[in-house]
Design a protein around this ligand. Structure first.
Ligand code: ACO
Length: 425
């Protein structure tokens, strides 16, 4: 280190930049021009890909802030609509601003009617995430008037459309899989209440939204709203960096989120807890997770950034109890989860590697109690994360330093050689 403001490499000094909080970064943009070298960082474990003012995580301390506000306070005191406004606009809304924002989102909940026919092209047993990727990507074929990314007004309309239509799209994916008729949105309900009705209601009878379930699900949406430069958000940014329209970019984010190492972990975590079944089998699964010759991992455990308890998991654990009490349900899987957590947190393997429960460890238990099938879990994650993706995408487009994302590589293939005719190989 040359001094506190630059990092010396060879004969060159590279500026060290500071954010408002968190690790400093070395600006290596001129590195290749000046030294002919690239940096090598598979998985981007040490690379800041952009500047962002949205979300801050301190993984060692287990802190997550949206626009400066701790996730625990937002989950306890706020609503998903309010957090959405905060992420998009940078400040908490006044009462009037929140009412106007909620009104706008509510007025965009319907889908183009022709999209209902689009669903019928899918098999009934299609995974909801497969449907979500397809339908969200297809929005760009239906809403041409909000695909010009250079027009801030169109960007805003597309953002509102995506946030508003995602519950409708996810609920329709569910309805299609169970063979029930689609339900149109009911704008007299809240964002989350409307989603519950479109998912679990039927046209034949009125649906009453349970306020405790509505609040619990709204809180789950808050917990998933944004999470800094994770894999799916980086995918959205990378797709958007080429100038692709927002619907295509969010479809790319959904595809990335689907993987079991990312958003698919909630589904995998509940499946694992059900497979364990009873607390007496926990030691067997912990032993498997520690065995280097066994690919099995404790799903819902560990995180690239959190090396402490994921603050979202704390809220999730409390919410399980509230939902169980409200619905008067009990599920042995919760007891398995609590005991598994306890045993893992007292096991040297997990302690040394700093592996703690993440947001997905308890979310499946709650969603299952509410009535969602496991295949819908990641679709709910996508629904809630859409606001984060959209806010990050808007931030990127408005950033004057924005360029098309184009990582480099360490090439290890053959050097140049001459083509041989097929008969001579
Ligand atoms: N169970 C057992 N061992 C684990 C686990 C786990 N869940 N997670 C990490 N480890 C071990 C690894 O084997 C590795 O051990 P080693 O150093 O001896 O090789 C060490 O801990 C570090 O793990 P990495 O995979 O290198 O850490 P990375 O940061 O790349 O991975 C990840 C993070 C993908 C989340 C990982 O912890 C994992 O696979 N967890 C299970 C899946 C999961 O819950 N994903 C949800 C993430 S949260 C989200 O997306 C919302």
């Amino acid at each position: 280190m040359a001094d506190t403001n630059t990092l010396k490499f060879g004969n060159h000094d590279y500026p060290v930049m500071s954010g408002s909080v968190g690790p400093q970064v070395v600006d290596i943009r001129k590195l290749y021009n000046e030294t002919g070298m690239f940096t090598y960082d598979p998985g981007f474990t040490s690379t800041a890909s952009c500047e962002s003012a949205l979300t801050y995580i301190d993984g060692d301390e287990g802190i997550l802030l949206h626009r400066g506000y701790p996730i625990g306070q937002l989950a306890e005191q706020s609503s998903f609509m309010e957090v959405s406004y905060l992420l998009l606009n940078g400040e908490l809304p006044s009462k009037g601003e929140l009412d106007e924002f909620t009104h706008t989102i509510t007025r965009h909940t319907m889908l183009h009617e022709q999209l209902a026919t689009f669903y019928r092209g899918f098999r009934r047993d299609a995974h909801p995430m497969a449907i979500m990727c397809g339908v969200v990507g297809a929005l760009s074929a239906f809403y041409h008037d909000s695909t010009d990314i250079n027009d801030p007004h169109q960007r805003m309309i597309a953002s509102h459309r995506l946030i508003a239509k995602m519950p409708t799209i996810a609920a329709m994916a569910y309805k299609y899989s169970v063979g029930q008729p689609f339900l149109y949105p009911d704008n007299s309900l809240s964002y989350t209440g409307n989603f519950l009705r479109m998912t679990f209601g039927v046209p034949a009878e009125p649906y009453e939204v349970n306020p405790i379930v509505e609040r619990a699900l709204d809180r789950i949406f808050i917990l998933h709203a944004d999470h800094e430069q994770n894999a799916s958000t980086s995918t959205v940014r990378l797709a958007g960096s080429s100038g692709a329209n927002p619907f295509a970019c969010i479809a790319a984010g959904i595809a990335c989120l689907w993987g079991p190492a990312h958003g698919g972990a909630n589904e995998a975590a509940l499946n694992m807890l059900r497979e364990i079944g009873t607390p007496d089998r926990i030691p067997e699964f912990i032993a498997r997770a520690k065995d280097k010759n066994d690919p099995f991992r404790l799903m819902g455990f560990g995180h690239r950034v959190y090396k402490n308890y994921d603050p979202r998991a704390t809220v999730m654990q409390q919410t399980v109890r509230e939902v169980f009490d409200a619905l008067k349900v009990s599920d042995p899987v919760f007891e398995v989860a609590l005991q598994l957590e306890h045993m893992a947190l007292n096991d040297p393997y997990f302690v040394e590697k700093k592996l703690f429960p993440n947001v997905d460890f308890y979310s499946g238990v709650i969603l299952s109690a509410i009535g969602f099938p496991t295949t819908m879990f990641t679709a709910l994650f996508a629904l809630a994360r859409t606001v984060g993706w959209v806010a990050q995408w808007n931030e990127m487009i408005s950033d004057p330093a924005q360029k098309i994302g184009r990582p480099r590589q360490l090439y290890t293939g053959p050097t140049q050689r001459d083509y041989t005719a097929i008969g001579q190989r």
